[in-house]
Write a new protein. Structure first.
Length: 120
């Protein structure tokens, strides 16, 4: 399951992914996130990805996750991810290495910490 919110005033794009995400849902989410990000100029948005409760992605979903990270890096001034699973954290790091975004995505344990980093 996913949820996407946009706060134009704060230039904040916030999404939540939780549970198991199937390929069809990942494709729909990617399209929705891409549409949200294109409302901003490159390197303008503050992006928060909350992956608390997200289960490790299946091999067919991993390339889409990599593309999501790369698109977020293109439009994001700052990027933050909230993770509660060691397995998901390892998977996100591996996908981030493949999409060359590990150096721009900061990882946090709580949404409050992530928001403080993004909006001060």
């Amino acid at each position: 399951m996913y949820k996407l919110e946009i706060d134009r005033a704060k230039k904040l794009v916030k999404f939540e992914l939780n549970g198991f995400v199937k390929l069809e849902e990942a494709i729909a989410f990617q399209a929705e996130l891409e549409k949200a990000l294109k409302q901003f100029k490159p390197k303008e948005a503050l992006i928060l990805g909350n992956l608390v409760g997200f289960k490790p992605a299946s091999p067919e979903v991993l390339p889409i996750m990599g593309k999501l990270q790369a698109e977020s890096a293109e439009y994001g001034k700052k990027l933050a991810t909230v993770l509660d699973s060691v397995l998901v954290q390892a998977q996100a790091k591996r996908v981030g290495e493949q999409s060359s975004v590990n150096d721009v995505i900061k990882r946090f344990k709580t949404e409050e910490e992530a928001l403080k980093y993004l909006v001060g």
